[in-house]
Structures are given as C-alpha cells and as structure tokens.
Design a protein. Structure first.
Length: 176
C-alpha cells in the first residue's frame, strides 16, 4: 500500500473512533440528565430512556454492530459511574433484550423508527422485570406488566419520533 492509502485509511478510522466516542458521550450525558430529573412513577426505577435516542439513531445511521457497542459501553460506563453491579445487571438485562428486539424489527423492516423504538421500550421493561423476578424469586412482579407495557409504548414512541427526526437531519453528515 502506498503512504497516501494508509493515511486515508487512518483518517477514516480516526473519524469513526471520534464519532463512536461522541455517541457514547452523548448517551452517557443523556443518562446523567435523566438521573437528575425527579420522576415519580408507580414503579421504582422507571425512566424515559433518553440515552436510547442515541442507540436508535446509531442503529439506523451506523448499523447494528456500532449501535450495540454504543449501547453496551454506555450501560457499563453509567453503571460504574452512577450505580453499582446490581443496577448494571438490571440495565444490561433490559438493554440487551431491547437492543435484540430493535435489531430484529429494524432488519425485518416490520416497523418504522417509531415502532422499532416502541418495541425496544417494551422489551427493555420486560427484560428488567424478568431480571427482578429472578432476583427476588417471585412472579408477583408480573403484576406490573400492564403499566410497563403502556409506559414502554409511550416513552418508546416519543424517543422514536425524536430519533426519526434526528436521523433525517444528520443522515448527510455521517460517514458511510
């Protein structure tokens, strides 16, 4: 390879690394901002999922592998920074199930961005509920399912609408 080809490849890699870093930082900041907002819902720990805005946008703009990396790295960083192993375990259970559902829905082109995000919101709540039921060894927690389904639909829809607009506006800026 010539020096110019290697230089161009290095430049491309550097741009990608910088972009991934910005996405992870943005998701991290959204998680922090969300932690500062005093929500008072019926179920402890319920959140809107602002950081998922970045994951959904990355899923559509950069692909499954990049979005997965952003999601997992953000969850681990937030867990170590603001939580503990228990909160990280719950976040990972919800985040991994949510991501898997969103990736399948997006790749099957079953839904638009809003629907993919809604499916992810519901899956995140179900994943955390399954983890909580396993930890406390009680199926009684499944009484929360109706509330979690509605909340996941609403917040997932809002995040999806916002992500859809974001994707339209920045699609031209993302290196392919």
């Amino acid at each position: 390879m010539t020096k110019s080809v290697v230089k161009d490849q290095n430049k491309h890699v550097a741009k990608k690394v910088a972009l991934y870093g910005v996405l992870i930082a943005l998701a991290f900041v959204f998680s922090y901002v969300e932690a500062l907002i005093p929500f008072s819902f019926a179920i402890p720990g319920m959140k809107v999922g602002l950081a998922n805005l970045v994951v959904v946008a990355a899923l559509y703009l950069l692909g499954t592998r990049t979005a997965f990396g952003v999601s997992v790295v953000r969850i681990v960083l937030v867990g170590f920074t603001f939580g503990n192993l228990s909160t990280m375990m719950f976040s990972l259970s919800g985040g991994l199930l949510s991501f898997a559902v969103m990736a399948v829905c997006k790749n099957k082109t079953l839904l638009h961005v809003e629907g993919v995000s809604m499916a992810g919101g519901i899956a995140h709540n179900i994943g955390q509920l399954l983890m909580a039921a396993a930890v406390v060894e009680s199926a009684a927690l499944f009484y929360y399912v109706p509330v979690l389904l509605v909340f996941g639909l609403i917040t997932g829809g809002l995040i999806g609408l916002t992500a859809g607009q974001l994707i339209k506006r920045i699609r031209v800026c993302v290196p392919q």
